[in-house]
Design a protein. Structure first.
Length: 385
């Protein structure tokens, strides 16, 4: 299995220790759930599976102490044999023996950072404050976000392999999708093909057709795909827990020229935009490129109202399908080498429907290295069936 080696995981913990020391913190508590496991998986190399229990991870790193991993009782047994961390405890014991263990860290003036606070349930936060009432708990999630946004060579390798599978699956779907199939049947084909190629799923596969493409997300139904409809496929395979978020929209036979032209122009525009990205430039350039290229085509009204919010033009990708930093109209951070992004062009209200073209890229010293290559290497009309 392709994974991140223990040495790299341990090195990450040591980098984190130096950072928390530089901030005068006495430790850090990291929380992630089984759906967005990245904050803890980044250090543990373990991703829990949600079976008949909720199975979050909590990683506790105190100064001069070995790391402690707390995990669900069913995942505990496999984690104990596969994770490099030796001190592994069961999550359901948090309000008893784990809380008692934490009491020794309750010292006046101590500061223990919390990362992943937006995922942490209130009851768990209350347990920490009850066990350590004299401790201050500053929010320091940005430490992990900053560490994770720059990818190592091994992380990039895993993401390349996930992207390759995404491209292969979408290529096969082109010959599979037919008028009369249901959205659920397309999901079944995508998931089967991806798993057959050795991938896990980073998140649920999204397939929406016709009027359902107007939504930002949609759980596939038994709705049948009709003549002339747009069919959006957002497929997220993962290798070694590292994800891809490549998506394309297919146009069924019998469509209007308006929708056909919109899809072809979307492919042209995402190619030009991705090829224009440069390191040491502002992330707002992605939005500005889309805007400038869409406006002469009278497609800007189908774009601008939808890009002011979260993930308007893309987002970071890695252990989680969606991670920091966010790309939208107002994202003024700077691109640096080895950041990885899903660059996304969404258009809406196309005769009541919408489309998406999304490709993952790696920022390099020279520009970008596409991890997904399908949309960039294909003709602009490739997805028109």
């Amino acid at each position: 299995m392709l994974i991140i080696e223990d040495k790299e995981l341990k090195d990450r913990v040591e980098i984190l220790r130096k950072e928390i020391k530089s901030r005068n913190l006495n430790g850090i508590i990291i929380y992630s759930d089984e759906y967005r496991s990245g904050y803890c998986t980044y250090f543990t190399g373990y991703k829990p599976i949600n079976v008949i229990e909720e199975s979050p991870q909590t990683l506790i790193i105190m100064e001069n102490e070995d790391p402690i991993l707390v995990i669900g009782r069913l995942n505990y047994y496999s984690a104990r044999e596969t994770v490099w961390i030796k001190n592994i405890l069961q999550h359901h014991k948090f309000d008893t023996e784990i809380s008692s263990m934490l009491e020794k860290f309750n010292k006046k003036g101590s500061k223990i950072g919390i990362a992943g606070e937006h995922l942490m349930p209130f009851y768990l936060r209350d347990l920490f404050t009850k066990a350590m009432p004299d401790v201050n708990f500053p929010i320091v999630t940005e430490i992990l976000d900053d560490m994770r946004k720059i990818k190592s060579p091994q992380e990039i390798l895993l993401m390349e392999k996930a992207a390759e599978i995404n491209d292969k699956v979408l290529t096969k779907l082109k010959s599979i999708i037919k008028i009369g199939m249901t959205e659920q049947q397309v999901v079944a084909h995508a998931d089967f093909l991806g798993r057959q190629m050795g991938a896990d799923l980073g998140s649920a596969t999204v397939v929406m057709s016709g009027k359902n493409t107007k939504f930002p997300a949609w759980r596939a139904t038994d709705k049948k795909i009709n003549k002339g409809e747009l069919v959006m496929v957002d497929f997220n395979p993962a290798i070694g827990y590292y994800c891809n978020d490549g998506g394309l929209t297919f146009l069924m036979p019998g469509a209007s020229k308006y929708k056909s032209d919109a899809l072809k122009n979307s492919h042209k525009i995402i190619k030009k935009t991705i090829n224009s990205i440069r390191s040491q430039t502002k992330a707002t350039n992605v939005h500005d490129s889309f805007y400038d290229l869409l406006k002469p085509l009278s497609l800007e009204p189908n774009f601008s109202p939808y890009v002011t919010g979260t993930r308007g033009t893309g987002h970071g990708v890695g252990l989680d399908v969606v991670e920091y930093p966010d790309l939208n109209k107002f994202s003024d951070f700077i691109f640096y080498p080895n950041m990885t992004f899903a660059i996304k062009l969404d258009l809406h209200d196309l005769e009541g429907e919408g489309l998406r073209v999304e490709q993952v890229v790696q920022i390099t010293e020279e520009g970008v290295k596409p991890l997904n290559k399908l949309a960039l290497n294909s003709t602009d009309d490739w997805a028109i069936l």
